[in-house]
Design a protein around this ligand. Structure first.
Ligand code: HDD
Length: 714
């Protein structure tokens, strides 16, 4: 099937054309069985008499029920909940100097991609707004085969060695006796494990930061995490770290907001991505690389092979090399988003692995998990997974095999098939692993260069703004407050104290216990890099003290656009139409969306008799689902004082540090109908109807996303 597209050079819609072969549409068609027999009655089973038992011979009923009974497959062991989208990647400038990968050499090729974003810990039906890492997996359908960049929205990982991965996941998932809690790390087993694994401290800082509660999947960074290799045509290798930088900036919600969103709309992120693509607001990321020559392998005060470390952008700048645009929603969630199978081991010539022990373990795990999840070694034939590059080999048979391989030869070498399919020489595109020299003893140990567990946790914490540091302390107070075992809380305070004394004291205060002076070593293992007590955690002096790129609020790539932001207009009968229209137009011109909320659906009538269509009622809308609030003027607007949801709406917006604007009579609603006592710079008001200056300053303010300074006033 797929061989018909082998010579395709215009790659941009190559995958879509490939998927067309499997797309079906029942429009204007008869209903049939799976065998193509037209069905005459889809409402009644075949019975012995009107009130009699169903007959076994009813092949239509049996087929329908049997298929239904087998509709589910095991959910992913991690990253079970996800959202997918199609798109393309295009290169800005050739990377030929570093890699021979075709899609990174030729700027005229648009490479089709399929992306799946996910949470990690929760089940398929869990909330989008869990405090969690987000998966950021990209499948590039290149002309030389599939390249999967299976990353996260956090650039480091909890553990250094894949040997600990099952332990980490067992600890974070719902506890085995009662499967509680769902999609949450705030429980004993997770923090028990973490408190015994100081190597996790850097990642813990990220996960306790607002990075773990993104405003949108479209507004988060992505990272390949491990150090990979680029290999060029001369067989020279460079180390490389991959970064995705969102065009809309990196933004988060507040923790209280996240919890409320989970109740109001647990599909918040999924829907946001879907609607953005559906309305033509295609999300976009730039791909950046940090390239490090082989000769610099030992230059840094951390080990490039240690996945709990990042390479600060101040040491090695990120070079932007291309962009990815997501421009098409999947047609079918199960066929595409659920069945897509990523694997860090899917690489193409020009890209290679390093000896990062976490990456090495992943190389085994992903095929293995697809075998149990998708049920067959033929999962590469599922449409979303199949390559658009030519594919021929001597692998045969197995469950659900689709390919009809012709001929009698299925081995190599052969003479009967003329030696085909034949091996490719390197200059014909054949993959050859980078010929790194390895001369070593077999050992089960970690390198001493992996034993600094705190320096980058400190670097991350010190690089945050005071607001962000407060959020980390609050998150830790929440999480450890839910931990029941006091010894675990104490051990965590001991570890936090090694990151920052002030942070540990703040959390200790909330937990009502002192920061322990000496942490007692847990009885089961040394709190060291290995169980043999070798390489106790050490703090290495970092060559840099601060990295702005680590802070969401200081990040130099932060974007001030308000494109696709949703702004709630609190309206009622008798609103001033000009006030609504002027602000709506100004927001729309800046790319944002005005959502009219009123006591009932249909239309409301303005002061001057204009009918204004209503988008949502106060029973449905909630502040946490919006980015900002506008209360227009108009005599009828005082009616809002009688609607109890309005008060909650305004107070939540205020408490979550959102920008609020009000005009004329709308100001009175803020004054009398909320807890906002003092004017602050995040509340913008004007007595004039359709005030251009107010509209402009509101748009500018919304570009800052949040008025976090307000937290100090609350
Ligand atoms: Fe993993 C899924 C990312 C370590 C084993 N992982 C999975 C997905 C992402 C990541 C984004 C979801 C892919 C999708 O949307 O289908 N995983 C990471 C990152 C890691 C990491 C960035 C560290 C840097 N993972 C990791 C280790 C192991 C696994 C160390 C095992 C040794 N991961 C899996 C898995 C999953 C998976 C069990 C579950 C579903 C799947 O693979 O397809 O094999």
């Amino acid at each position: 099937m797929k061989n018909s597209k082998k010579t395709n050079q215009d790659n941009s819609d190559g995958k879509q054309r490939d998927l067309d072969l499997n797309r079906s549409n029942g429009e204007n068609q008869f209903l049939t069985t799976n065998q193509g027999v037209k069905i005459n009655d889809n409402n009644n089973s075949l019975k012995a008499g009107e009130r009699g038992p169903s007959l076994l011979e009813d092949f239509i009923l049996r087929e329908k029920i049997t298929h239904f009974d087998h509709e589910r497959i095991p959910e992913r062991i991690v990253h079970a909940r996800g959202s997918g989208a199609h798109g393309y990647f295009e290169l800005y400038k050739t990377m030929e100097k570093y890699t021979k990968a075709g899609f990174l050499n030729n700027t005229s090729i648009k490479t089709p991609v399929f992306v799946r974003f996910s949470t990690v810990a929760g089940s398929r039906g869990s909330t989008d707004l869990a405090r969690d890492v987000r998966g950021f997996a990209v499948k590039f359908y290149t002309q030389e085969g599939i390249f999967d960049l299976v990353g996260n929205n956090v650039p480091v990982f909890f553990i250094q060695d894949a040997m600990k991965f099952p332990d980490l996941i067992h600890a974070v998932k719902g506890e085995p006796h009662n499967e509680i809690p769902q999609a949450a790390s705030a429980h004993d087993t997770f923090w028990d494990f973490i408190s015994l694994m100081p190597e996790s401290m850097h990642m813990v800082m990220w996960v306790m930061s607002d990075r773990a509660i993104p405003r949108s999947l479209r507004m988060m960074e992505g990272f390949g995490v491990h150090t990979f290799r680029f290999v060029n045509a001369q067989n020279e290798s460079h180390f490389v770290k991959f970064h995705w930088k969102p065009k809309l900036g990196t933004h988060a919600v507040a923790w209280d907001e996240a919890q409320k969103i989970s109740g109001k709309n647990s599909d918040f992120h999924k829907l946001d991505l879907w609607e953005a693509i559906d309305t033509g607001n295609f999300p976009e990321w730039e791909l950046g690389v940090q390239i490090i020559p082989e000769s610099d392998e030992h230059k840094y005060d951390f080990d490039l092979l240690d996945p709990t470390k990042l390479v600060p952008e101040e040491l090695v700048p990120v070079t932007i090399i291309g962009r990815m645009v997501l421009d098409k929603n999947p047609d079918n969630f199960f066929a595409e988003t659920e069945q897509v199978a990523f694997h860090p081991g899917h690489i193409v010539p020009g890209i290679d692995f390093t000896n990062d022990p976490l990456l090495q373990g992943r190389l085994f795990s992903y095929t293995d998990t697809q075998l149990s999840r998708l049920g067959s070694p033929n999962f590469h034939e599922i449409p979303i997974n199949r390559t658009i590059a030519p594919m021929h080999n001597n692998q045969r048979d197995g469950h659900m095999r689709q390919e009809i391989a012709v001929g009698k030869v299925s081995y190599h070498p052969n003479s009967l098939g003329g030696g085909c399919p034949f091996q490719a020489k390197i200059d014909e595109g054949g993959f050859a692993s980078f010929n790194e020299r390895i001369d070593a003893h077999k050992i089960r140990e970690r390198s001493e260069s992996f034993s600094d567990h705190f320096s980058q946790a400190v670097l991350f914490y010190n690089s945050q703004t005071p607001v962000e540091q407060d959020h980390i302390a609050n998150a830790l107070s929440f999480e450890l407050g839910k931990v029941e075992t006091v010894a675990i809380r104490e051990r965590m305070l001991g570890l936090l104290n090694q990151v920052d004394g002030n942070l540990a004291s703040k959390v200790a205060k909330s937990l009502g216990i002192p920061v322990p002076k000496n942490i007692e070593k847990p009885i089961n293992h040394g709190v060291g890099a290995d169980d043999k007590g070798n390489h106790e955690p050490t703090k290495v002096k970092q060559s840099i003290k601060n990295s702005d790129a680590l802070s969401m609020l200081k990040n130099p790539t932060i974007s001030n656009t308000i494109a696709t932001r949703q702004i709630a207009f609190l309206c009622a009968e008798g609103v001033n139409a000009s006030s609504v229209k002027a602000m709506k137009t100004a927001l729309q011109n800046a790319g944002a969306k005005a959502v009219i909320i009123a006591p009932h659906l249909g239309t409301i009538t303005s002061e001057d008799g204009t009918a204004i269509p209503v988008d949502q009622t106060y029973k449905i809308a909630a502040s946490v689902l919006f980015d900002g609030v506008f209360i227009p003027g108009g005599k009828g607007i005082k009616e809002l004082s009688r609607i109890k949801e309005v008060k909650e709406f305004i107070n939540d917006s205020y408490n979550h540090c959102k920008f609020i604007a009000a005009e004329a009579e709308g100001i009175q609603i803020i004054k009398t109908n909320s807890d906002i006592k003092e004017k602050d710079a995040g509340v913008l008001i004007s007595n004039t109807i359709a005030d251009k200056a107010l509209n402009t300053s509101f748009i500018k303010a919304l570009g800052r996303h949040r008025f976090w300074e307000r937290e100090k006033m609350l």
